[in-house]
Design a protein around this ligand. Sequence first.
Ligand code: GLN
Length: 199
Amino acid sequence: MVTIGVLALQGDVDEHMRALDRSGARALRVRRAGELEQIDGLIIPGGESTTISKLLTSFGLFEPLAQRIRSGLPTWGTCAGMIMLASTILDGREDQLSFGALDMAVRRNAFGRQLDSYEEELHIGGLEGGVFHAVFIRAPWVESVGGGVEVLARADNSEDAPIVAVRKGPFMACSFHPELGGDDRMHALFTSIVEESTK
Ligand code: GLN
């Protein structure tokens, strides 16, 4: 069984832990650099990216985690976690850090303040079993991607709409909260990516 960490500094940790348990992975809360050695993959949850960035620095976790990600630790960023994986942050705070695991420009709070949250049924590339109920909360979107970054979903399931889920190799990111819809298929997909990487 693989062990998947959930970065537990701030944000939506418990629901991810439960979804991983149901998906055949061992879930581990990660708060200290030493815990990084016990994990085969990591979820960076939703929350507030500026706060997660600050806490990563003050817990001495940013550099060790950046190193593991550079060496290919499968990592899935959801909502604020997507921002943490971006190479470029638009509408971010000047001092906010990100890991740059995915070559993409991500805009914070992109759907606008009047649209604080919404839900929709999304077609997600590589996900079997039909549409996925996606919950967006002050969500970012992906404004552009570099070479090799695969687009898995767009808002409204429309060709012209913003990108809301991407993957490149062991790195995956989505704008929405997959842990809130009561559907564990994306956690199962990530668990299989992690399993694959340990073979
Ligand atoms: N707006 C948040 C941010 O910038 C993300 C929101 C979320 O994770 N639900 O970090």
